[in-house]
Each structure stands twice: as structure tokens, then as C-alpha cells.
Design a protein around this ligand. Structure first.
Ligand code: ATP
Ligand code: MG
Length: 573
């Protein structure tokens, strides 16, 4: 490709609205342009990278035996009503009417469409297992589209849906997808971790993993063990339970003390010189309309997903001041477990092992000290209701947990029969009995992967693409397009490289070398070959984008080195 006529407009400055480094660089390097918030054009350079990621995804999906198809983005609302998601999906679902006033939605995901297809087309268990995938544009009217391709409203996703006739089959399919995802992300050059995630009511243990690209801009916090391979997102992560502290029950009664206007953990620790972990905090929530209390150690945060799962609730939110006052008899900030009656009190297991602590007195401006869990208040409903914190003990080994930020690039999920039951997708089993198909779903944010790679792989001058997904393998730069000797060698190398399948971008623009090098660094093609003063001797300057060193090589040597680099990438990954 000749750069003089290639649509790859580079910018000196990134538009002010771009915050994330990947967003800035992809705009500046001419990979994408925004049309509306969260809606982008992939320019030829961006499209080339996207196609390479797609190719890797396709190769690995096909290798598992999955079959590619393409479903419509336009989906009748009735399907969503049938699955029960039309109401609950909320404003992220883009809805519209056709000219006959029939309601439609733009697909944010395709469980409804694929399950209906399978209901109509597959009747016997003998056809299963079957795994179907597509690479397609998805629509989600995200509340906060941002960071360029990281959170778009229109984005490219690979989504696969598997159908098995028994749970062991699903398990096998699930882990083969897990392995395929590991290969895909390794081949794209990402630094990633698969982490356990919360599967809610369905899925069960090990029922869902997220693939997280490690990057500070990531919106997810993941807890990773420092010595074993345990890793989970914050919603799901558990710590090894704490050991019971020595508890002297005869150590005296709890006593009330005056804490005027001291409502928060910080205010209490400051005023009384105690540590947050000496406090017992009580949060009042409303779960599906019912008030409940969650009792935690002062330095711990409630994990609402865990609380919701424990209660099997669909809706959970912190109680407003009126509800809190009604339940505890005191304003927010003074709730405590002692004497709290009439509501379910969930006690985090780390509170259960405290010998004593300071808790709210359920009375304005008062707290209680020397409150002994299990003595001064009952521990009837105990469990893990908190977020882990860094330094917590790993639940699997002797190691400790460390936090990282992650970008969710992929997600594998055991769906079970949630959709097949609702939409009536069943097969006849070996005994002629009708049985709901057992499903899994598997997504990859194909466009998000581009941004994740740039987040991980760049320097102050621009992007550094891994060879496997780079828009071109080689950036060929003649220092002066007016120099005939240089141009002759350049054209010769250009033809020869292309002839052997190497993808070359030839900077044939009549620009100063400084401008060309700056653009080359910004665009980030992994191999740069410069043709300058030594062209007469058939020599070129060879440089990798990721390294500073330059090599003075003959054209022949350069070709050899290029082939080797491309080859290595294919073989090792
Ligand atoms: P998130 O938590 O980031 O909103 P999600 O859990 O809603 O994502 P899934 O429904 O699991 O996403 O979709 C499968 C994959 O699609 C995700 O793992 C992610 O890589 C990608 N994806 C989801 N939403 C977006 C988006 N708005 N823009 C780009 N990629 C996205
Ligand atoms: Mg997800």
C-alpha cells in the first residue's frame, strides 16, 4: 500500500475529548474517527487490525469445531418479550418501530435469536453438541460510552452459543472455549488473566470466567493470588476466612458512650484513636422491598452481589434515611446490631470472629463499645458479604491477594437452560423424552481488543503493534522520494516483499524524513526499513518499533530478517 494515496490521516494533537491513551493514539494515528458518542468509523488502518483479530478469533473458534453463521442485528421485540428480557434490559436496548408499528430492537446480544433458531431447526439429541458463532456489530446504548473503542454504543463482538444435551457436555464445551480464548488472547499479544466471575443464580461454581486484559484504565478490579493461579473479579473474589480471636466472654458488659455527630468510620477512628478494624458497621439495605441489615468490620466494604445472591434477591439498594430511621430508631450513622429486631441481620463472617468492637447504638449521637458478636447480638445469618481487600489471604493457598485493574475482553458463561426453557428449545433424548437444551454463551469484544492492546503496547511516540495483528508488517521509508537510487531500491524491495506475502506500507509521500519517522512511530508498524544514503550500495537501515537499535543491512538480509520475524510470530503463538 502506498501511503500517498492511503486514507491514514495522522494528527499532531488528539481531540480534547479523548482521555484514554489508546483512544488518543488511535485517533492521532488515523485508525478510527468518531461519528457520534460511542460510534466509530474504522479507517483502513484500523480495519486491517480488526480483520487480523477477527482472523485469529475465527481460526481458533473453527479449530474447536464451532460453526460460523450471521444473525440479524434487527430483532423483533416479541422474542425479547418471550425470554422476559424486554422489560428488564432497560435503556441500553435500542428500540424502534417499523412502518407497520411493529416493535424491534437492535441486538445487544443474541441469545433470543439463536435459541429460537435452534428450537425450530434441531429436534434430536443426536445433532448435539453444537456450537454456533458470529462476528457481528452489537448495539448497546451505554450510559457512559467512553475511551474510544473500549466502551462503544456500536461495537464488534464475537458471540458464540453452545447447545449440549447434558451437563457434562456443557462442561466440556465450556472448557474448550476457555482454552480457545486463552489461545486467542495469547496470539493477539495481550497480557491477560482469566478470572472467576459471579454467575448469579445460574452457572454454579466455576460457571463463568472473564478474560481481563491488565491495564490501569480498566474499569474492573481483579484480585490475584501472589502465589497460586487463583484470580477473580472483585464481585466474586473471596478471602480465606479469618481465625477466631480470643474471646473472653466475662470481659464485661458493653457500654454506651456519647459520639455527637460522629457518623462515619473515619470520624470515629479520628476522635477515639481506634483502628477501623475495631469497629463494627451496620448498613441498612432494602432487598426486593424488605429492609435487611448487613454487619461488617469497619475496614470492610459490603459486596452487594454476594448479599443479593445470599438473599436470592433481584433488587438491592441502600435504605433511604426514612427507612433507616424506621428500622433502627436512629438517623444514618448510628445503626448497630445490638437490639436490632424485626429485620434479617446478615453478619459477615469476619465480624463473627472479632472478640469485641464498637458499634452504633441505634440512638442518635451514641455508640456502644465492647460489643461482643454472638454474645451481645445473635449471629443467625452468617456468610461472606464483603469485598476482599489487598493483603487478604488467598482462599486456595497460603498466598495473599493483590489487586489489578482489568479490561474485560472476553466472557465465557454457562447459561444452563435459562433461555432454552423460556423459548422452548428442546430435543428428544435417547428415551424419546423432551429435554431442554443446555446452553453456554461466549463473547469477545473484538473492537475492544484493539484498544486493550494499544493500552498495553505503546510508548511516548505512539503505538507498538504486535506482529500478529499489526496493520502492516513492514513500514518502508525512502528518505527522499526525489532520489532515484533510493526509489529504485525502495520499489524493488516493495515488489519483492509483497511478492512473498509480506504486508508493506510504503511511505512514498514527499515529506521531510522527520515527519515520516514521527508518523511511523505513531502508527506503530513493527518493522521499519529506511532507504537512505546507502541505497547505492544496496544497503538499508533496519529497525524494530519496539527497540532503539538500528541495523545496517543489505536489502537481502533485511528480507530474511523480516520473514524470520513474521514466521516466529506464527510459530510461537
Ligand atoms: P461490560 O461489563 O464491560 O459492560 P458486559 O459484561 O456487559 O461488558 P458481555 O455481555 O459479557 O459484556 O459481552 C461480551 C464482550 O463484549 C465483553 O466481554 C466485552 O469484551 C465486549 N463488550 C461489551 N460491551 C461493550 C462495549 N460497550 N463496547 C465494546 N465492547 C464491549
Ligand atoms: Mg461480561
Amino acid at each position: 500500500m502506498r501511503q500517498s494515496t492511503f486514507l491514514a490521516p495522522t494528527l499532531r494533537e488528539a481531540p480534547a475529548e479523548a482521555e484514554a491513551i489508546s483512544h488518543k493514539l488511535m485517533l492521532r494515528a488515523g485508525f478510527i474517527r468518531q461519528l457520534a458518542a460511542g460510534v466509530y468509523t474504522y479507517l483502513p488502518m484500523g480495519w486491517r487490525v480488526l480483520r487480523k483479530v477477527e482472523t485469529i478469533v475465527r481460526e481458533e473458534m473453527d479449530r474447536t469445531g464451532a460453526q460460523e453463521l450471521l444473525m440479524p442485528a434487527m430483532q423483533p421485540a416479541e422474542l425479547w418479550q418471550e425470554s422476559g428480557r424486554y422489560q428488564v434490559y432497560g435503556p441500553e436496548l435500542i428500540r424502534f418501530h417499523d412502518r407497520h408499528e411493529r416493535e424491534f430492537a437492535l441486538g445487544p446480544t443474541h441469545e433470543e435469536v439463536i435459541t429460537t433458531l435452534m428450537r425450530n431447526e434441531v429436534r434430536s439429541y443426536r445433532k448435539l453438541p453444537m456450537n454456533l458463532y458470529q462476528i457481528q456489530t452489537k448495539f448497546r446504548d451505554e450510559r457512559r460510552p467512553r475511551f474510544g473503542l473500549l466502551r462503544g454504543r456500536e461495537f464488534l463482538m464475537k458471540d458464540a452459543y453452545s447447545f449440549d444435551s447434558d451437563w457434562e457436555g456443557l462442561d466440556k464445551t465450556y472448557w474448550s472455549m476457555y482454552d480457545a480464548y486463552s489461545r486467542i488472547f495469547t496470539r493477539t499479544g495481550l497480557n491477560f488473566r482469566p478470572v472467576e466471575a459471579d454467575a448469579g443464580a445460574i452457572g454454579g461454581e466455576g460457571g463463568t470466567h472473564e478474560f481481563m486484559a491488565l491495564a490501569d484504565i480498566g474499569e474492573d478490579t481483579i484480585a490475584v493470588c501472589t502465589s497460586c493461579d487463583y484470580a477473580a473479579n472483585l464481585e466474586k473474589a473471596e478471602a480465606a476466612p479469618g481465625k477466631t480471636e480470643y474471646r473472653e466472654v466475662a470481659a464485661g458488659e458493653h457500654e454506651k458512650f456519647h459520639t455527637p455527630n460522629l457518623r462515619t468510620i473515619d470520624q470515629l477512628t479520628e476522635s477515639f484513636g481506634v483502628k477501623p478494624q475495631d469497629l463494627i458497621k451496620t448498613l441498612i439495605y432494602v432487598a426486593d422491598g424488605q429492609p435487611v441489615a448487613v454487619v461488617l468490620r469497619g475496614d470492610h466494604e459490603a459486596n452487594e452481589v454476594k448479599v443479593k445472591n445470599y438473599l436470592d434477591a433481584t433488587d438491592l439498594e441502600l435504605a433511604d434515611p426514612e427507612t433507616t430511621a424506621k428500622v433502627t430508631g436512629a438517623p444514618i450513622g448510628f445503626a448497630g446490631p445490638v437490639g436490632l429486631s424485626g429485620i434479617q441481620v446478615l453478619v459477615d463472617r469476619e465480624v463473627g470472629v472479632m472478640s469485641s468492637g464498637i458499634a452504633g447504638a441505634n440512638e442518635k449521637d451514641y455508640h456502644l463499645r465492647n460489643v461482643k458478636p454472638g454474645v451481645d447480638f445473635p449471629i443467625e445469618f452468617s456468610g461472606d458479604f464483603r469485598n476482599v481487600i489487598e493483603g487478604d489471604h488467598c482462599p486456595r493457598c497460603e498466598g495473599t491477594l493483590k489487586f489489578y485493574r482489568g479490561i474485560e475482553v472476553g466472557h465465557v458463561f454457562k447459561l444452563g437452560t435459562k433461555y432454552s426453557e423460556k423459548l422452548g428449545a428442546a430435543v428428544l433424548d435417547a428415551n424419546g423424552q423432551e429435554q431442554a437444551m443446555i446452553m453456554g454463551c461466549y463473547g469477545i469484544g473484538v473492537s475492544r481488543v484493539l484498544s486493550a492492546i494499544v493500552e498495553q503496547s505503546h510508548d511516548e511516540n505512539g503505538i507498538i503493534w504486535p506482529v500478529s495483528i499489526a496493520p502492516f508488517h513492514v513500514h518502508l521509508i525512502p528518505v527522499s522520494v526525489k532520489d532515484e537510487t533510493q526509489m529504485k531500491l525502495t520499489e524493488d524491495l516493495y515488489d519483492r516483499l509483497r511478492g512473498i506475502g509480506v504486508e508493506v506500507l510504503l511511505d512514498d509521500r514527499d515529506e521531510r524524513p522527520g515527519v515520516k519517522f514521527k508518523d511511523a512511530d505513531l502508527i506503530g508498524i513493527p518493522i521499519r526499513v529506511t532507504i537512505g544514503k546507502q541505497a547505492g550500495e544496496g544497503r538499508v537501515e533496519f529497525k524494530l518499533r519496539s527497540e532503539q537499535e538500528m541495523f545496517d543491512l543489505t536489502g537481502e538480509e533485511a528480507i530474511e530478517r523480516i520473514l524470520q520475524l513474521i514466521q516466529e510470530q506464527r510459530v510461537s503463538k
